[in-house]
Design a protein around this ligand. Structure first.
Ligand code: X2X
Length: 336
């Protein structure tokens, strides 16, 4: 081959590969995904898993970029849903609690002592009530795709063991920024203070608050015991499911193939994360005890006292959630 022909071929090859990479970069699309917790926690791992599956199966043509620590909403996790609805963020793996100010139906999961165990949770998310919750989300401009799980939320504090409502009397408890929590902890005689997760750890460290509530995975990974939370009550008062979702306009702009891909991978990543979160709970509890935390479990009578003390929260919130959806959840869990 003469050198000039060689050069021409080289130029052609270069031009072809250049145009290929240009067209690939034109087609490739990146969606932002917001999460509150990073991949040190199962929640963040759920989002990363989703991103991995999408990248793998779309051959890199559709990618998800995870932005943890509520950074896309400047730490204000209760604005995540609005930001997704308005298109400031494309997608999220978010908590039912954090989205409940905009989607009141999501308070279903926060009704105290309504869902007793993971079977109840699965019956609701996989049942009629779960579909109604997804419809409620969709009617507000966001497309829900699948479920994950932050976990059953347990109560910790720095003062002493809690095994009856009177033990909460006057305790300052950090709660998430959803009004239902204000009512639950007020009904229990505590002094609830709403703040974001970003502000929670500093407030626990300085003693500005006496206690908080979060799943075992969060307590364990964030080392909540190291900021003075030495007492932990396992009361399973509510479960905090996660939802994988996408902004409606973004969804409309995707091909049928891409939608199927996003939905299937969200379901898969969610199922993977739910199983992992549940499987890890015993070892997490053991690790927490190992670090010297006093763990209190409630007997039947003690549990019942908490149930009764929070009944007024149901009276107040069932109409706001929608009595049909609450009834549907009851049927999902316990039958007609
Ligand atoms: O803020 C919390 O407590 C957390 C991390 O669990 C949620 O985002 C609901």
């Amino acid at each position: 081959m003469t050198s000039s022909r060689h050069l021409t071929r080289l130029a052609t090859v270069t031009a072809i590969s250049l145009s290929l990479s240009i067209s690939a970069s034109v087609q490739a699309r990146e969606l932002s995904v917001s999460t509150v917790l990073s991949d040190a926690f199962p929640w963040g791992q759920a989002a990363e898993k989703w991103a991995d599956l999408v990248a793998e199966r779309s051959d890199g043509e559709l990618t998800l970029r995870v932005y943890p620590n509520s950074q896309l909403v400047n730490g204000d996790q209760t604005r995540e849903f609005s930001a997704m609805r308005s298109g400031l963020i494309d997608a999220a793996v978010g908590s039912t609690i954090n989205w409940s100010p905009q989607v009141p139906e999501l308070n279903l999961f926060s009704l105290p002592f309504f869902m007793a165990d993971v079977d109840d949770v699965d019956s609701v998310t996989g049942g009629t009530a779960g579909e109604m919750v997804f419809d409620a989300i969709e009617s507000r401009g966001v497309v829900p795709l699948g479920w994950g799980e932050n976990g059953f939320r347990q109560l910790s504090n720095s003062r002493g063991p809690i095994d009856e409502p009177a033990d909460l009397d006057g305790l300052k408890i950090r709660v998430v920024g959803s009004p239902l929590f204000q009512d639950t902890f007020t009904a229990l005689g505590a002094n609830p203070t709403q703040m974001s997760w970003t502000d929670a750890k500093p407030a626990l460290t300085t003693g500005a608050v006496d206690g908080q509530e979060n799943p075992l995975s969060v307590f364990d990974v964030a080392r909540i015991d190291q900021v003075g939370q030495e007492y932990l009550t396992l009361w399973n008062y509510m479960n905090d499911p996660l939802i994988f979702a996408v902004n409606q306009q973004v969804w409309n702009s995707l091909s049928e193939e891409e939608r199927t891909l996003l939905r299937e991978t969200a379901e898969e990543a969610g199922a993977w994360e739910i199983e992992m979160t549940r499987e890890q709970e015993p070892e997490r509890l053991a690790a927490i005890k190992e670090r010297g935390v006093t763990v209190t479990e409630l007997d039947e009578a003690q549990h019942q006292a908490f149930v009764e003390a929070t009944e007024s929260v149901h009276d107040e919130w069932v109409p706001r959630i929608g009595s049909e959806i609450v009834e549907a959840a009851r049927v999902d869990m316990h039958g007609e």
